[in-house]
Design a protein around this ligand. Structure first.
Ligand SMILES: Cc1ncc(COP(=O)(O)O)c(C=O)c1O
Length: 405
């Protein structure tokens, strides 16, 4: 087989569809978020980042940086092993306590990333619970889908955020069988929020375990940053709350929280937890500092919500089409992959604004978008500049379309 020709033709297909991914070479600047240096063949230039998942700018918070520096000074660079063989550092133990407390659970378990936590925890629970049937929201993230798929358990997809459909599907399964309902609180691309209480009602009625991904909510919602489940007073109704340390907490890693027994079970049977080097101690120390800060301080959350509202109002006033939702994610709908990439390029090249185009398979074909994530650190001037740039581009598109008709 001509392997190189195969790779080349697959890539050419992505180019033809307008969804070939081009990475933007950025150098973040501590103390200057949301600004970063963009490295390109044309040289270096400062840009404003409008699509970061460092939602609150905690990636440069002095307490987080201090904790990471201190841990490096004390422990050095890496963890030195898997959790079982010399790699459980005291910073991991402290972080797991911090996380269990965040969600009001007995225990927590940290993983290499949020992706790995979903893949390993769902894969382990679904494959080891005898005869388990997994009920997965159709909007679930790739990491959940992969975990469920790799478990080889029977799988039922329920309609997005639809407790009635879930109820119907659960009702078709024998009452005595193990069941697991997996869903998210804030869906990352549309920014819509799950009816957690109704899903818990349905799961409870059918004796199913509940598994909630709060990756896009932890740190951002709830009085202590425990996510939507905390804000709604529902954390106790979820058997597993999963999250990331890489988005609002702005460091790296993922985790699950739950009962002592459940976490001990995953700790003891999940290949993706057992057979890998644990997180560097400094990463665990930085994440714990970030969580501790956001448990105490709501300033960042309040300012974040205010900035999001301001961006939305300004875009609405300028007639830029956005998808309505109740979260901090502002999807500007373009609905064409080639145009979406072209708008993103123009924003970067002409206006010094960086927003990555989001294309299939991250979102369904025909719903391509610019996913804008305002942060507490975007100024009024940044917002005005973004909206003016988008207005200029939208005017040009309108003129071009009118000329073509
Ligand atoms: C819903 C959801 N879950 C899990 C993950 C994975 O988290 P991490 O980036 O920490 O691997 C993501 C990542 O973007 C996500 O959107």
């Amino acid at each position: 087989m001509d392997y190189e020709a195969f790779f080349g033709s697959a890539i050419a297909g992505l180019h033809r569809e307008g969804r070939y991914r081009v990475f933007t070479d950025l150098e973040r600047q501590a103390g200057r978020f949301p600004y970063a240096t963009h490295h390109s063949p044309g040289g270096e230039r400062e840009v404003t980042v409008w699509c970061s998942n460092d939602y609150l700018g905690m990636g440069q918070h002095p307490e987080v940086l201090r904790a990471m520096h201190e841990a490096i000074e004390r422990c050095g660079a890496g963890a030195g092993g898997t959790r079982n063989i010399s790699g459980t550092n005291h910073y991991h133990v402290l972080l797991e306590r911090e996380l269990a407390d965040l969600h009001g659970k007995e225990a927590a378990l940290i993983f290499s990333s949020g992706y790995v936590s979903n893949w390993a925890a769902l894969g382990t629970l679904a494959s080891k619970l005898p005869g388990c049937v997994v009920f997965s929201d159709e909007g679930n993230h790739a990491s959940m889908i992969e975990g469920i798929r790799s478990s080889r358990a029977e799988r039922q997809i329920f309609r997005h955020n639809d407790p009635e459909d879930l109820n119907r599907k659960l009702g078709l399964i024998e009452p005595g069988r193990a069941k697991l309902v997996a869903f998210e609180s804030v869906y990352s691309m549309d920014g819509d929020i799950a009816p957690i209480d109704e899903i818990c009602d349905v799961a409870e009625a059918h004796g199913a375990l509940t598994y909630l991904d709060e990756v896009h909510a932890v740190g951002l919602y709830g009085a202590r940053g425990g996510g939507i489940s905390e804000r709604m007073g529902l954390a106790h109704r979820l058997d597993v709350i999963e999250g990331t340390l890489g988005k609002a907490f702005a460091v790296h890693g993922g985790y699950i929280t739950g009962s002592d027994q459940l976490c001990d079970f995953v700790r003891s049977f999940a290949s993706g937890f057992i057979f890998t080097t644990s997180l560097p101690p400094a990463v665990a120390a930085g994440a714990a500092a970030s969580i501790r800060h956001l448990k105490e301080s709501s300033l960042e959350r309040a300012r974040h919500q205010e900035r999001v509202a301001r961006v939305r109002q300004a875009l609405d006033a300028a007639g830029i089409p956005t998808l309505a939702n109740q979260s901090h994610i502002v999807p500007v709908m373009v609905c064409d992959p080639v145009l979406c990439k072209a708008i993103s390029d123009t924003l970067l090249d002409e206006f010094g604004i960086y927003v990555q185009p989001i294309n299939y398979p991250t979102v369904p074909r025909g719903t391509e978008r610019l996913r804008i994530t305002p942060s507490p650190l975007h100024s009024n001037a940044d917002i005005d500049h973004l909206v003016e740039a988008l207005s200029t581009i939208w005017r040009r598109i309108g003129l071009r379309r009118a000329a073509a008709e």
